[in-house]
Design a protein around this ligand. Structure first.
Ligand SMILES: [Zn+2]
Length: 321
């Protein structure tokens, strides 16, 4: 079977490296995942191990790898290809990821912000295919976003555009790892959903989650909250509804600013599905211009957890065409 040219996509998150071999149509042939710690050498080793493993698989099948795209959770300088800030994985700033990877693979390597990569994936072969003006928002350990403007990935002056999670939504809110206070991320990211739930559960013991509110007594996670909400737990539903409201405020601002065709929501926290999506849509309707809301579809990601690897492979494909 002729597989044509193959592209490698790598998605580095705060906790794991995912890597995939993807064909020119964005279909995944092979995918690997491994956990990483926050130590510069360990991260680089993890990334390179994943790449090496897939290179071996590709050569077994005689699939030529044309390029490698690597999405990282940080601000990537488009000129220097260096990570200049990474609040959720600070070790990335200390190493030259591009050079370390380029040394190991004999093909072009592109480093880009992880949410930009996922946005590109949804744009090329996911929920936003055929749309020209799109924001993709990933709600997970952090909150990232990538923008497609007029059919192109919008990077801004330095390549840092799309830091949606660091939009101020509460002027007197908690300090954020970016240095600001009251960022959306300090309220609506996975760890902060858990923090808010835990704080309230100490006061309200009626929820089926209250036994998990005490540290050490089982694990309280965003997935757990979503599962309890699906089971009809009022407290969990209320936490998701409030989270959706905060995200919706920030989305309404972006919509009024950019007049988008589509908002795509992804990331681990979106496993809650409509229980989170519906309150987001309701809040956007309440706040943004009616005509802009009527035009804009607000949907869940189609590629899910694979948007990052697919987008990374596809952006590298189109960059080194
Ligand atoms: Zn921030």
């Amino acid at each position: 079977m002729d597989q044509g040219t193959i592209y490698m996509g790598v998605d580095v998150s705060a906790t794991a490296v995912k890597a995939a071999l993807v064909n020119a149509e964005g279909e995944i042939y092979e995918i690997t995942q491994e956990a990483i710690g926050d130590d510069p050498d360990a991260i680089l080793d993890g990334i390179c191990r994943s790449i090496e493993r897939l290179r071996e698989r590709a050569s077994e099948h005689h699939w030529p790898i044309r390029s490698v795209g690597v999405g990282v959770p940080g601000l990537v300088n488009v000129q220097t290809q260096r990570v200049e800030a990474a609040p959720n994985l600070p070790a990335l700033v200390k190493v030259d990821v591009t050079e370390a990877i380029a040394e190991r693979v004999r093909c072009p390597v592109l480093i880009e912000n992880d949410a930009n990569m996922a946005a590109y994936g949804e744009f090329v072969c996911g929920a936003a295919r055929g749309r020209a003006n799109v924001i993709y928002i990933a709600v997970g350990t952090g909150i990232g976003a990538g923008l497609i403007c007029e059919g192109q990935l919008y990077r801004g002056a330095l390549g840092f555009a799309g830091e949606f999670g660091h939009t101020t939504v509460d002027p007197d809110g908690l300090p954020c790892r970016c240095g600001n206070r009251g960022c959306l991320e300090t309220i609506a990211s996975g760890p902060n959903i858990v923090r808010r739930a835990r704080e309230r559960l100490f006061r309200d013991r009626s929820s089926s989650l209250s036994r998990l509110a005490v540290p050490g007594k089982g694990e309280l996670t965003p997935e757990r909250i979503a599962a309890e909400a699906l089971n009809g737990d009022d407290f969990s539903l209320m936490i998701l509804e409030q989270t959706g409201k905060w995200i919706g405020i920030a989305v309404a601002n972006v919509l009024n600013l950019l007049n988008l065709d589509m908002v795509v929501l992804g990331g681990g926290v979106m496993a809650a599905g409509e229980l989170l999506l519906n309150p987001i849509i309701a809040e956007v309707k309440r706040r943004a211009f009616t005509a802009m809301v009527a035009h804009c579809e607000i949907v869940a990601s189609l590629l899910g957890g694979q948007a990052g690897v697919i987008g990374s492979a596809m952006l590298a494909r189109d960059t080194f065409r």
